[in-house]
Design a protein around this ligand. Structure first.
Ligand SMILES: [Zn+2]
Length: 126
C-alpha cells in the first residue's frame, strides 16, 4: 500500500525506466507525485503498467478478438437503438454477433468492435 514518504515502482520520465520512487503526494490511495530514487527528478506518478506517452502504440493491439472481449467483464446486452452504451460495454448484435464498445466518438454513436470488424452503431435514440 502506497503512502507519502513510502516507496512505489513508477515509470521515471527522465530515466525512461521503471524504478523505485518515493511518494511525494497522494490523492486518496493513488500517488500523484513521486521522486525518482535514481535521478531525484520529481514528476507525476505513472503506474507500472503505463508505457511512456512518447511511445506510439499501434491502434490495433496484437491480441485476438476473444482476448479483447474477455477483458470486458460487463454482462452482454442486446443491442437496441434506444439503449445507451458506454465504452467497454459488451453488446449482442442480431447481425454482427457479440462485440464490445471500443469507442464513443460523437453523441449518439458508438464504435463497436465485432469479430468481423469495427462498426459504428447509433444508440440512445428515442
Ligand atoms: Zn529517474
Amino acid at each position: 500500500m502506497a503512502k507519502v514518504g513510502g516507496e512505489v515502482d513508477a515509470f521515471c520520465t527522465r530515466c525512461q525506466l521503471l524504478l523505485a520512487h518515493t511518494v511525494i503526494a497522494m490523492i486518496g490511495a493513488v500517488p500523484v507525485k513521486v521522486e525518482c530514487n535514481t535521478c531525484r527528478t520529481v514528476h507525476r506518478f505513472r503506474g507500472a503498467s503505463t508505457t511512456p506517452a512518447r511511445t506510439s502504440r499501434p491502434r490495433q493491439p496484437a491480441v485476438s478478438f476473444e482476448e479483447m472481449l474477455a477483458t470486458r467483464t460487463s454482462p452482454a446486452r442486446r443491442y437496441a437503438i434506444t439503449d445507451f452504451f458506454a465504452k467497454d460495454d459488451v453488446v449482442d448484435h442480431p447481425t454482427f454477433g457479440r462485440g464490445f464498445v471500443s469507442e464513443v466518438k460523437v453523441p449518439g454513436k458508438v464504435e463497436v468492435t465485432f469479430r468481423g470488424g469495427v462498426k459504428t452503431l447509433v444508440h440512445g435514440r428515442h
